[in-house]
Design a protein around this ligand. Structure first.
Ligand code: G1P
Length: 294
């Protein structure tokens, strides 16, 4: 039987402590990456993959996320009066993007808990979870591929990427077996943020998941794990061990920008701006000159 349409869930309830003091009164998801808030890239990615219904899980100080996706008539009429059509189109684009809903997490009990809070809205639809710290280049079709694999294999799908062993302790890590497709592996187990010595592989879960609605029932009884938080990784581990369900990993070899900490955030902005038609031609030679002075 065909399943109901996918819904997207974007957890954005973290405290953003790594970006203090910038995030004291503003959510980290609203930090600009070049000229758009980080969360808009993620919403656009879901929309590009064909998902129209998007739920953002928010926490304290997150009201300006909602404001960003609302229309602002006075701003629009000012831009219209000035004849600034390009900016007007950009401003309207953010509010016309998709059908965006919000739910509050209430307490910051972990990523698994944040996703579980989507239950009332998502109900019996399959869901794509997108974490805002990982931006995927719009030229790479990761989420579309994952949705297709979910349909083909009738199983949970996560995005995996090879990472340096020195970084592995920052991620959920999968143990895997090959499939007939070199870009898809079967996940046999998952562990949240292991030490490099205990990591089952160098394949880290990057922040994209396509999940069956049954995940809510699993999350509901998932006990706090690593760091005392309810971990999505632990619920996935249960799905991976269930022979009737299973978890597959799409191995991503494309362009990913990590905006999770200050240094990676700066690198992401430089990389994205250098590639842009409006900024790249001036930025690239300046950057070369600047780099020569270092
Ligand atoms: C979360 C997940 C982790 C995953 C990572 C991807 O961790 O818990 O399994 O690998 O996102 O970015 P966080 O970065 O929120 O600590």
């Amino acid at each position: 039987m065909p399943h109901k349409p996918f819904k997207a869930v974007i957890p954005a309830a973290g405290l953003g402590t790594r970006f203090l003091p910038a995030t004291k009164a503003m959510p980290k998801e609203m930090l600009p990456v070049v000229d758009k808030p980080a969360i808009q890239y993620v919403v656009e990615e879901a929309v590009d993959a064909g998902i129209q219904d998007i739920l953002i899980i928010i926490g304290r100080n997150k009201n300006n996320i909602a404001n960003h996706f609302d229309s602002v008539p006075e701003l629009e009429s000012t831009l219209e009066r000035k004849g600034d059509h390009d900016r007007l189109a950009e401003v309207k684009h953010a509010s016309d993007l998709a059908d965006i809903h919000m739910v509050r997490q209430g307490e910051p009990l972990g990523l698994g808990h944040a996703v579980w809070r989507a239950k009332g809205h998502v109900d019996d639809h399959p869901l794509a979870v997108l974490l805002g710290d990982d931006l995927i280049d719009e030229r790479d079709d990761l989420l579309k591929t994952m949705l297709a694999e979910y349909d083909k294999r009738e199983a949970t799908v996560v995005a995996l990427m090879e990472v340096d062993p020195a970084q592995i302790h920052l991620y959920g890590v999968a143990s895997v077996e090959p499939t007939d497709d070199p870009d898809v592996v079967r996940v046999t187990g998952m562990v949240e943020k292991p030490n490099a010595a205990d990591a089952p592989s160098n394949l880290a879960v990057i922040g994209r998941y396509v999940l069956p609605p049954e995940v809510f029932e699993i999350l509901e009884r998932t006990k706090p794990g690593k760091g005392g938080e309810i971990q999505l990784t632990d619920a996935l581990q249960e799905l991976a061990h269930d022979p009737a369900r299973g978890v597959y990993g799409v191995v991503f070899r494309g362009r990913r920008y990590d905006t999770g900490d200050k240094l990676d955030y700066i690198k992401a902005i430089v990389q994205l701006a250098a590639d842009r038609e409006d900024l790249g031609p001036e930025l690239r030679p300046w950057f070369k000159e600047f780099a020569a002075t270092l």
